[in-house]
Design a protein around this ligand. Structure first.
Ligand code: ADP
Length: 195
């Protein structure tokens, strides 16, 4: 069973690594950011509610985010494992996820913390802004996203560290190199192979 969280600042490379880990472990990668962006693009009710928060670099309210994740984790493809990318991001979301997992009589196997220093993440996000033109990748919004991460999400690391579940991985380097670091850390932790 592989049930993982991927935590780290914006720009640490969570989305990229989530894709790689999804392939390596044959589990769905669930990115709340991607789901919100998809909803914004398709102008769904959820998208309309989320857009203003996202454009400012603020978090979407917990009630909306929690409902979304509860629904996604009730689908059958997550029965044998999943990787959550970008959730939980607040203490209230941790409480919700704990409840969802408890109700399913299951638990997380590991929390992967992807680290990258602020200079590097700002550089990456500004680069991505030029390539992709994401609405929340302007310099002011990037700065706000980093602040919100420090205020609301960084404290979650202590919660999971207190449970002995955090694997701290250096997010700097080639994509494949970072993926290997994660896979090796997971193997060391569980004593089993992913393949
Ligand atoms: P990044 O990791 O680059 O900050 P994401 O693609 O993960 O970006 O998320 C983009 C935006 O979607 C966030 O800035 C936030 O507004 C919203 N979002 C994503 N996940 C959550 C969450 N768990 N709680 C609240 N808002 C979220």
């Amino acid at each position: 069973m592989s049930r993982f969280l991927l935590i780290g600042p914006p720009g640490a490379g969570k989305g990229t690594q989530a894709e790689q880990l999804s392939l390596a472990f044959k589990i769905p990668a669930i990115s709340t950011g991607d789901i919100f962006r998809h909803n914004v693009k398709n102008e769904t009710e959820l998208g309309k509610k989320a857009k203003a928060f996202m454009d400012r670099g603020e978090y979407v309210p917990d009630s909306l985010t929690n409902d979304l994740v509860r629904d996604r984790l009730s689908q059958s493809d997550v029965a044998d494992g999943f990787l959550l990318d970008g959730y939980p991001r607040t203490a209230e979301q941790v409480t919700e996820l704990d409840a969802i997992l408890a109700a399913a009589e299951t638990k997380l196997d590991a929390v992967i913390l992807l680290t990258a220093d602020t200079d590097e993440v700002v550089r990456r996000l500004l680069g991505r802004a030029q390539e992709q033109g994401r609405a929340d990748d302007t310099e002011d919004v990037i700065r706000r996203r980093l602040e919100v991460y420090e205020e609301q999400t960084a404290p979650l690391i202590d919660i999971y560290a207190g449970r002995g579940q955090v694997l701290r991985i250096d997010g700097l380097g080639e994509v494949a190199e970072v993926t290997s670091r994660i896979v090796e850390a997971l193997e060391r932790q569980s004593g089993t192979s992913s393949r």
